[in-house]
Design a protein around this ligand. Structure first.
Ligand code: C2E
Ligand code: CA
Ligand code: CA
Ligand code: CA
Length: 279
């Protein structure tokens, strides 16, 4: 038993070393990716569920790795959060997205806003509003065409400072959404006092619609809650027409998911087939 214990210990410490080394390598590679322009922004359509029309888009980062190909954010965002590179990544994505949105609008496309993800780290440090204002000025995008997505946990972890940060951003005229709603720990009291415009229902609760009774109860409650607070509501991860039917019946205005379109490069967004899920 004793030698077993030692073997296990050796095994784990080697695992940890490998793990730590991989993270260090990833940090170096990611820093280079930023410097060498290997990051890309893809855009996923957001549809009005009533009209079926694409009305907005969400910007999602990818890493075009020279050997590994297109790497999804799930494989590098958490490391970037640990090593602090996430702030630079978010600001880079924000600037690309604002510039792209401006050129879509100039080309005559009618999009309401581009949504950009803001990490907890960037949100909770310093004056994000000043950085956003600078990027808007540099790209010439009107603030009302930008929506910032802040996760529920970022907002609820330190509600007083979150409220001030949200208010400063809102004073710029940008829209604010709480992302992954339902996965954090919102108290209704706190939610009520947050100056935001929208709740995004996490895709974990959309997956089981309309068959799963618990998902039905949760989705309905979030929609009613949003509306009673005067907020709009968007359902993420829509893959089935039945989910759209349910959401429309329950007055959820906006939706996003593979049914409507996957995240794709900017130049492909307006080339696809006309929206097939229309009224
Ligand atoms: P998120 O903000 O919740 O973004 C939605 C994710 O769900 C995206 O994954 C999108 O591709 C995926 N998705 C959309 N529709 C469907 C669907 O119908 N079915 C399924 N199974 N998935 C769907 P993606 O692009 O891999 O991004 C994952 C997460 O990485 C994002 O989740 C967000 O938390 C983070 N992320 C992405 N880009 C950025 C960024 O620029 N900054 C920061 N801080 N985080 C980002
Ligand atoms: Ca998001
Ligand atoms: Ca989300
Ligand atoms: Ca999510």
């Amino acid at each position: 038993a004793k030698s077993d214990g030692r073997a296990t210990y050796a095994f784990y410490s080697q695992e940890l070393t490998t793990y730590a080394r991989q993270r260090i390598e990833l940090t170096t590679a990611l820093r280079q990716a930023l410097e060498h322009g290997e990051l890309r922004v893809h855009y996923q359509p957001i549809h009005n569920l009533k009209s079926g029309q694409m009305v907005s888009v969400e910007a999602l980062v990818r890493w075009q790795h020279p050997e590994r190909g297109l790497v999804p954010p799930g494989e590098f965002i958490s490391v970037a959060e640990e090593n602090g590179l996430i702030g630079a990544i978010d600001l880079w994505v924000l600037e690309q997205a604002c510039r792209q949105m401006r050129s879509w609008l100039e080309a005559g496309h009618t999009l309401e806003f581009v949504a950009v993800n803001i990490s907890t780290r960037l949100f909770s440090r310093g004056r994000l509003d000043l950085q956003v204002a600078e990027i808007l000025a540099r790209t010439g995008l009107d603030a009302r065409h930008l929506e910032l997505e802040i996760t529920e946990s970022a907002v609820m972890d330190d509600p007083d400072s979150a409220r001030r940060q949200l208010q400063r951003l809102r004073d710029l005229g940008v829209r604010l959404a709480i992302d992954d709603f339902g996965t954090g720990h919102s108290s209704l009291q706190r939610l009520k006092s947050m100056p935001v415009d929208k709740l995004k229902i996490d895709r974990g609760f959309v997956a089981g619609l309309p068959a799963d009774g618990k998902d039905v109860a949760i989705a309905r409650s979030v929609i009613v809650l949003a509306h009673s607070l005067g907020l709009s509501v968007l359902a993420e991860g829509i893959e089935q027409p039945e989910q759209v039917d349910f959401l429309r019946r329950n007055h959820c205005q906006l939706g996003q998911g593979y049914l409507f379109g996957r995240p794709q490069p900017a130049e492909k967004l307006f080339l696809g087939p006309a929206p097939f899920y229309a009224k």
